[in-house]
Design a protein around this ligand. Structure first.
Ligand code: IPM
Ligand code: MG
Length: 392
């Protein structure tokens, strides 16, 4: 089977920004899986690569070169790896790899960062938490991504008469809070119809503002239950009663912290994908988005790169989210997610999710296994279709 492809008939165009270190390794595996899924389900995509992060700093002096931004803004979706590494870690440096991803989120207005945290049943016994507590964990954390503490001004350091000082600012407009709350309520409608809004309303003005807007938006969604939790309690409840959460929505910095914590629920940070969605539509009738594993380069230090110890599943599941939200190919997204589950069920493990005595597969091999399962499942459904008796 060849093209055509998605519902609109356009060939999806993907900007591939692999970044640094482990980013390049897992994105390569993710792209191979995507290619297999394309062949198996009869569609096409085109991909163009560009530099971002430390690699871009080395080549151009900027973490987000104009050419990269140009490519990303024209693409239907951005497939992203990870940025950063010890080489560029000087805290006083003016140019830092993280500016690449932060600049891209802001420039593409990717305000809603969806981080699904779902515990695969086959990893239940691997959890560091008691099985009774984590069983059934299936939530989406919606992290506000273009405002709050990450982007508020002023943000600087200066010398005062009494010594050096520094400031960051937590600022939000009504519109910024409202739109991410709407995204969360819309998502909840497709799930278990519960939104948990996380803030720090007992201390912060922006927290009280956030809560007030959440209550106002909730009026438009009478079928969805809204609960409010303070961020410190949320950190505790995530571990005490993770299965009680459905959609969790929160400020940028709170979301950054809580999702690293929540990744433990899924067994490893190497399992967690993310989708950053914006306000722009793409040529396929989907939302333009950026798809990246949440692990970044911090989880896998440069010594791990190339050793096969990284888990490519976060990158592979990010590709699935890309198919669902940006490329209008939800059935292929399902097929990838299903293949990941099947391979985990069959007992294959990368080092981060292996129990004692379990045989470990390397990064590339995990990708090959998942790709092979996608191809196998696609051909068996096609065969089933061809051989199914026709009922007159
Ligand atoms: C994440 C990462 C980034 C963030 C870093 C790499 C800038 O931790 O995506 O969670 O803080 O947003
Ligand atoms: Mg983070």
């Amino acid at each position: 089977m060849g093209a055509p492809t998605s519902a609109s008939g356009h060939v999806p165009h993907i900007a591939v920004l692999a970044g640094d270190g482990i980013g390049t390794e897992v994105v390569e595996v993710g792209l191979r899986v995507l290619q297999t899924a394309a062949e198996a389900y009869g569609w096409n995509f085109s991909a163009d690569h560009a530099l971002i992060g430390g690699a871009a700093i080395d080549a151009t002096g900027s973490a987000l070169p104009d050419a990269t931004l140009h490519l990303a803004s024209r693409a239907d979706a951005v497939y992203f790896g990870a940025v950063g590494g010890p080489k560029w870690d000087n805290p006083l440096a003016k140019v830092r790899p993280e500016q690449g991803i932060l600049g891209l989120r802001k420039a593409l207005d990717l305000y809603a960062n969806l981080r699904p945290v779902k515990l695969s049943p086959s990893l239940l016994s691997h959890s560091v938490l008691k099985e009774d507590i984590v069983r059934g964990t299936d939530m989406i954390v919606v992290r506000e991504l273009t405002g709050g503490l990450y982007f508020g001004k002023p943000s600087r350091r200066w010398q005062s008469p009494t010594g050096w000082r520094a400031v960051d600012t937590l600022a939000y407009s009504e519109q910024e809070i409202e739109r991410v709350l709407r995204t969360s309520f819309d998502l909840a409608r497709l799930r278990r119809k519960k939104v948990t809004s996380v803030d720090k309303a007992n201390v912060l003005t922006t927290g009280r503002f956030w809560r007030e807007i959440a209550n106002r938006v909730a009026v438009d969604y009478p079928d969805v239950t809204l609960e409010h939790i303070l961020v410190d309690s949320a950190a505790m409840y995530l571990i005490r009663r993770p299965a009680s959460f459905d959609v969790v929505v929160t400020e940028n910095m709170f979301g950054d912290i809580l999702t690293d914590e929540a990744s433990v629920l899924a067994g490893s940070m190497g399992m967690l994908p993310s989708a950053s969605l914006g306000s722009q539509r793409n040529s396929l009738g989907g939302v333009q988005g950026l798809y990246e594993p949440i692990h970044g380069t911090a989880l896998y230090t440069p010594e791990v790169v190339g050793t096969g110890r990284a888990n490519p599943i976060a990158a592979i599941l990010s590709a699935a989210l890309m198919l669902r939200y940006s490329l209008a190919l939800p059935a292929v997204a399902d097929a990838i997610e299903h293949a990941v589950e099947t391979i985990l069920e069959a007992g294959f493990r990368t080092s981060d999710i292996a129990g004692p005595g379990t045989e470990i597969v390397v990064t590339d091999r995990m990708g090959e296994l998942i790709a092979a399962e996608i191809a196998r499942a696609a051909s068996s459904t096609q065969k089933a279709r061809i051989t199914a008796p026709t009922v007159a």
